[in-house]
Design a protein around this ligand. Structure first.
Ligand SMILES: [Zn+2]
Length: 189
């Protein structure tokens, strides 16, 4: 009797023990091989519950698509990984974009905090020009508005810059004319 078969059996048992401890890790490892490279981008094994594998998909279409080939995938997983899965459930629940997955749990950086005042060395280079541009646009708009209103005649009642058309019509600004008409008879001087 040679030792080889025993070693083989031991090896298999050892592997099985390892997989039973963390079968999901094993599935994840060979997932792309089982479903294919494209489908692997749009699906991710989430958990195993009583020999049912739960897989998150990027869209409902992918869940449907993969559900159709469920039996083939089951067979592949069970033979390839010597597992005894009975079903695979595909759903969009629990799907996260790969980008989010690799994000550290503390996702709020100091720069993102509303109270953050800015740091010369570590502030993101993209943000500053954007803010400056926004400020510049607002400033020029405010200046233009101010200049325009300064050239306007003032309402004799409230001293606000008023379009000449309004003064021609009501002798006061539109706002004051509304106030006057709502207080009929009580004319202010
Ligand atoms: Zn007025």
């Amino acid at each position: 009797m040679s030792l080889k078969p025993i070693n083989d059996i031991l090896g298999v048992l050892e592997q099985q023990a390892k997989w039973q401890a963390d079968p999901l890790a094993l599935i994840l490892q060979s997932w792309a091989e089982v479903v294919g490279a494209v489908a692997a981008i749009h699906s991710r094994p989430l958990s195993m519950q009583r020999d049912v594998l739960r897989v998150a998909t990027s869209s409902a279409a992918w869940a449907q698509n993969l559900t159709f080939s469920r039996q083939t995938l089951l067979l592949k997983l069970n033979t390839k990984l010597s597992m005894s899965l009975v079903d695979i459930r595909f759903s969009t629940a629990g799907w996260q974009k790969p980008k989010d997955l690799f994000k550290p749990p503390t996702s709020v950086s100091p720069q993102e905090h509303p109270s953050y005042l800015g740091d010369i060395s570590s502030s993101p280079p993209v943000r500053k020009p954007t803010e400056q541009t926004v400020n510049q646009v607002f400033e020029s708009w405010a200046k233009e508005r101010q200049a325009r209103s300064q050239s306007l005649p003032l309402c004799p009642q409230c001293q606000c810059p008023t379009p000449p058309g309004e003064l021609q019509r009501w002798c006061v600004c539109a706002l004051c004319s509304v106030k006057q008409s709502s207080h009929q008879g009580t004319r202010n001087t």
